[in-house]
Each structure stands twice: as structure tokens, then as C-alpha cells.
Design a protein around this ligand. Structure first.
Ligand code: F6R
Length: 608
């Protein structure tokens, strides 16, 4: 999604703005731009496509000055083009915007009736016109923004720069995150701490409805009632070094290979290997023994982590799970009773639909839990209890390490619930904790199958469709495998519950259709293998992902077999996620797609 940066500095600002925008590239964008104050006058540079296009434009038409705002745009209203790229300007104002202004048509009619000439198709430009009209009437920039903000409906973050105001930036947050960075005689605005990481680690997160007036000597923050408020300054743990690809070609490759380490960090927070117990900080906020069900909601890959968790909560805690994708959940008007427990899963902690579902449950009296990777995020801040994944910043748009860390947290939580509900004995807990403890080591071994996976990428890159099959917790993994392949390689792929195949999708099988069968040698292995035989009988090209025992028992139906280490059942979804990710990654590399920023995708989906 769109990224915002603002700098009130003391040195040339254009390279600093583009540097910060590079840190925001991971969010997904299709055009970019900056505006600066050059000798007190607004100067602007914008380009469609990647930041290198913007840098080339700035190199040929430099924009000077020490203060400026910058933006990466993920198109919503109006396609990706230079005229729609931000900043948008009107008279003495330049503005950048993340989110959607829902009443922009009405506002546009108003400003055009008053003589404004609209040059873009965006919902943003109208904001610049509204503010500028008030400046023309003699209001100060701060007063003008104060009048305009309540007139804007929707969820957004904004940053303003004003002609003739060398020591002023204004930022506003309503629905989309915005942070203030504190420097030495300099001040910054950014969509997140990652954008600010080249400049400062001293960050103040604006609360919902806040707006901030920055000068080089500090910031004044007002809430939605315009009362001056104080918000804490935090030390960000995001360093510029964490944002480096290291020796890897892509962030996604780095993040896949980081999994043994980050799974170790995450698990060490949630299990006590020494005492063979789960220990879930914050879980005391929920009495699982009193619950009749858990509600889980999330989007995309995070939703699929929730789907795996449904199997775990139901099996290990005998606790029914009501799960839905957040974009459906939020409008379903599903009954939620006072005292229920609702759990939301999100890497970014900013996903608009997940946040809306959270607020719906909160309004209905549920206790809110969140499995999030970004502890300062809105979802984390609005939850009663946060179960943080310790995955570190995930920059590749396709979620990898955040997904497996979400699973690690959810498995621990399901075991905690199982103990609290008297379903799991101490001995069972001990075995299951040992199984979770073995995950980082097993992940190291699983990554060793990369060479055999790379060999699958060439034939896969030539197909137009693929199927993924699995049963039990391998069914959500089949969905995840298909999602990863689609988003990275643009190959059409579907995931199915293996037993569902004969109810329709089997009609798709022919000798051109690769079928990935995810089948560790577990309690339902035989069933999955029967479904695999049905595919083989119809000529499908099977890639079996299993362990040695599974490979030995599979007959010769599979053309290719990826062999993983033997894993305990509870660890399987985490370990089997790795080959799934590597299949999509290597196919995409082979096809030459943009692995870290696949087309049309955004990392943090802050619009619905
Ligand atoms: C897919 C992917 C997305 C996200 C989804 C939710 O690889 O990354 O499907 O999982 O957009 O994002 P978060 O977890 O930030 O709420």
C-alpha cells in the first residue's frame, strides 16, 4: 500500500526522501513522487513505475531544498500514471495520502464549483484544493488543516508541505498509520518505523484521529477534538541493517532462510523447553476453560495460519473455532457474545479488513487477542492481549517467515488452551512441547531440499495451472501453496482438500496438470495417497511432498518426490510450509517475475 515520508531537515532532502521511499517499496506501489521546498517554493518530481524512474527524473530535473514529502502510490482511484502520482498540489499546498477519501466526489464537486481545476483522477487532489482555498482566505496552514480534516470521510494518513513555510510539516492519521520521527534539530514523518530507520530510532506513533504539527524543534500533537495531547516516544528496534538483503538475491530468499532462527526466537517466547511446558505471556487474560468457541479472523496467508490453528484448537483443546476471512466476517453480522474470545492474525497489524473485524468483535464485548509481527501496529494497540511473532521485519511482499511464526504462536496457544481445559495431560504437553522445540532444527534440515525443489521450477514455469492437495492441517497448506505460486509466478493454482477432489476438480486433471500432494506419513497419510492414486490414474503429474516413510509407501504414482525429515504431527504444517515457499520462489525466479514485489500486490493492505 501507499507509503508516506516527510522530512524537515538541514541537508539536501531529495536523496533522503528517495532513500526512505526505498524502505517503503516492500509495501507495494506503482508510482512515486516527492515535493520539496526549493527557496521557499514548492518543487515536485513524480514518475510512474519503480523508484529508479523517479531517481532518473530527479537526476535530470533536480529538486532542491531541505524540507519535503515523498510517496509511493498503490493505485486505488485512478490508474498508475504520472498525473495520478503523489504529491498532489494546489496553489501553496502539496499533499501525500495513504488510504481512501470516501466522500471525494462530493468534495470535488464543491472545489470545482469554486473554480479549482482538477488535474488527476485521484481522491487525494481535492484535499490540496480544500486546504489551499482556506489559505487563500487568509487562514494559516495549521488552521486550514484543522478545518479540512473533519470534512474528510474514510481511512487515511496525510502529510502536508506548504509554500513559504520552511519549518513546517503537518501529518494526520485517521485509519492509516503514521509515525513521527525525532532527530537532532530535524523532524520526520513516516508510514512506519521502517521508513524512518535511516534517520532515527526515536519514534512517536500517532493515535487514531491524531494530527501533528512538526517544526525542526519538535512536534505538537492534537487529537480528533483538537486538544493538545502527549504521545509516548518509543525506541524503534528496526535498524537499517535489518532491512538489508545480505548475500541473498531477494528478500524473500533471505526470509525463507531466516526461518530456523526466527522460529527459535518465537518459540522461546512461548514454550519453556526446560520444564516441558507451554508458557504464553498474556494468556492469563483469557480463561479458555470457560469458552465455548474461539473466533478467528484474518486475511490471505494469515487467514490460512488461522485455518491450521482451527485444527489444533479443536484437536488439542477440544475448543470449536469459528473462522472466516476478515473481508467477509466484518459484514456478516455474525453473533458475537459478551465475554467471547476473538483472535486476529496479521503480520503488518494494519490490514483494514482484519482491523474492522476486530473492532466489530470489540464492540460486541469480546476479549480481543492478536497474533501480530509489528508490535506498534494498530491491531496490536487495539487488542487486549498481543501474542507477538518474533519474525523481524518481513520485506518480501509474499509472507513466509511471518506465516510460520504465526503457526508457532498458534500451536503454543492451542496447547495452552488444551492444558487449561484439562484436555491435555502433563505427559502429553511434555511430548508436544518437545515436538515444538524440535522445529528450528527440523527447519534447517527441510531447507536442504532446496536443490531438489529448484529442479522442479523449470518444468513448472512452463505450465499455466497447478493443483495443491492436502488433508487435515495439510489442506490449509495446500491453499497456501497455491496462493504463493499464484502471487509470485502468476501461474493459476488452486488448493483443495484431497478428499474433495472427486467432487469436481478431478475434471481438471490431465497429463499437463502438475499436482502437488502434501502428505507427511501421518495418521491420514493412507487417505491422501488414495486420492493421489486417483490423480495418477488420470495422468496427472504428481509431485509428492512427504518424508522417507511416506516416499517408501507411496508406490510409483509420483513423478517427483520431495523428501523432508520425519516430523512430529504438530510440527508438520510449519516444516512443510518451507518447500511450499521454495517451490513458488524458484518458479518465480525462473520466470523472471518481480519476486519481492509481485505485480498488483501490496504488503500492508490498509484499504478494504
Ligand atoms: C500472501 C500475503 C498476504 C497477507 C495478507 C494479510 O503471501 O502475504 O495474503 O497474508 O495480505 O496481511 P497481514 O498479515 O499483514 O494482515
Amino acid at each position: 500500500m501507499c507509503g508516506i515520508v516527510g522530512i524537515l531537515g538541514n541537508i539536501e532532502v531529495a536523496p533522503r526522501l528517495t532513500d526512505a521511499l526505498k524502505r517503503l517499496e516492500y509495501r507495494g506501489y506503482d508510482s512515486a513522487g516527492i515535493a520539496t521546498l526549493e527557496n521557499g517554493k514548492l518543487a515536485r518530481s513524480r514518475a510512474e513505475g519503480k523508484l529508479r524512474n523517479l531517481e532518473a527524473r530527479i537526476a535530470s530535473h533536480p529538486v532542491g531544498g531541505a524540507a519535503g514529502i515523498g510517496h509511493t502510490r498503490w493505485a486505488t482511484h485512478g490508474g498508475p500514471s504520472v498525473i495520478n502520482a503523489h504529491p498532489h498540489m494546489a496553489g501553496r499546498v502539496a499533499v501525500v495520502h495513504n488510504g481512501i477519501i470516501e466522500n471525494y466526489l462530493e468534495l470535488r464537486a464543491e472545489v470545482t464549483a469554486n473554480g479549482a481545476v482538477i488535474t488527476s483522477e485521484t481522491d487525494t487532489e481535492v484535499v490540496a484544493h480544500l486546504v489551499n482555498a482556506l489559505l487563500d482566505k487568509g487562514l494559516s496552514p495549521v488552521d486550514a488543516v484543522e478545518v479540512v480534516l473533519p470534512r474528510l470521510h474514510g481511512a487515511f494518513a496525510l502529510a502536508f508541505l506548504f509554500e513559504g513555510e520552511e519549518d513546517l510539516l503537518i501529518g494526520a492519521r485517521k485509519g492509516s498509520p503514521l509515525a513521527v520521527g525525532h532527530g537532532e534539530g530535524e523532524m520526520f514523518l513516516g508510514s512506519d518505523a521502517i521508513a524512518l530507520s535511516p534517520f532515527t530510532d526515536r519514534v512517536t506513533y500517532l493515535d487514531e484521529g491524531d494530527w501533528a504539527v512538526l517544526t525542526r524543534s519538535g512536534v505538537t500533537i492534537r487529537d480528533s477534538n483538537n486538544a493538545v495531547v502527549s504521545r509516548p516516544e518509543a525506541k524503534s528496534s528496526v535498524t537499517a541493517a535489518l532491512m538489508d538483503k545480505g548475500n541473498y538475491r531477494h528478500f524473500m530468499a533471505k526470509e525463507i532462510h531466516e526461518q530456523p532462527e526466527v522460529l527459535g526466537h518465537t518459540l522461546s517466547r512461548y514454550i519453556d523447553l526446560g520444564n516441558s511446558r507451554v508458557k504464553v505471556p498474556g494468556a492469563e487474560a483469557v480463561d479458555f476453560s470457560k469458552l465455548n468457541r474461539i473466533i478467528i479472523s484474518a486475511c490471505g496467508t494469515a487467514y490460512l495460519a488461522g485455518l491450521v490453528a482451527k485444527y489444533w484448537f479443536e484437536k488439542y483443546a477440544r475448543l470449536p473455532v469459528e473462522i472466516d476471512i476478515a473481508s467477509e466476517f466484518r459484514y456478516r453480522e455474525t453473533p458475537v457474545a459478551n465475554g467471547e474470545f476473538a483472535l486476529f492474525i496479521s503480520q503488518s497489524g494494519e490490514t483494514a479488513d482484519t482491523l474492522a473485524s476486530l473492532r466489530y468483535c470489540k464492540e460486541n464485548g469480546a476479549t480481543i487477542g492478536a497474533v501480530v509481527n509489528v508490535p506498534e501496529s494498530t491491531i496490536a494497540r487495539e487488542s487486549d492481549v498481543v501474542f507477538q511473532t518474533i519474525a523481524g521485519p518481513e520485506i518480501g511482499v509474499a509472507s513466509t517467515k511471518a506465516f510460520t511464526c504465526q503457526l508457532a504462536v498458534l500451536a503454543s496457544l492451542a496447547l495452552h488452551a488444551g492444558r487449561q481445559r484439562g484436555v491435555l495431560s502433563e505427559a502429553q504437553e511434555k511430548d508436544l512441547v518437545a515436538a515444538l522445540g524440535s522445529i528450528p532444527g527440523l527447519a534447517v534440515q527441510a531447507l536442504k531440499c532446496e536443490t531438489s525443489i529448484e529442479a522442479l521450477a523449470l518444468p513448472l514455469s512452463r505450465v499455466s495451472d497447478a493443483l495443491y492437495l492436502g488433508r487435515g492441517t495439510n489442506f490449509p497448506l495446500a491453499l497456501e501453496g497455491a496462493l504463493k505460486l499464484k502471487e509470485l509466478s502468476y501461474i493459476h493454482a488452486e488448493g483443495y482438500a484431497a478428499g474433495e477432489l472427486k467432487h469436481g476438480p478431478i475434471a481438471l486433471i490431465d497429463e499437463n496438470m502438475p499436482v502437488f500432494v502434501i502428505a507427511p506419513h501421518d495418521s491420514i497419510y493412507e487417505k491422501t495417497v488414495s486420492n493421489m492414486q486417483e490423480v495418477a490414474a488420470r495422468g496427472g503429474r504428481i509431485v509428492l511432498i512427504t518424508d522417507q516413510k511416506g516416499a517408501d509407501a507411496s508406490g510409483n504414482a509420483a513423478q517427483n518426490t520431495v523428501i523432508l525429515p520425519n516430523v512430529p504431527e504438530i510440527a508438520a504444517p510449519i516444516i512443510y510450509a518451507l518447500p511450499i515457499q521454495m517451490i513458488a520462489y524458484h518458479t518465480a525466479v525462473f520466470m523472471g517475475t518481480d519476486v519481492d514485489q509481485p505485480r498488483n500486490l501490496a504488503k500492508s493492505v490498509t484499504v478494504e
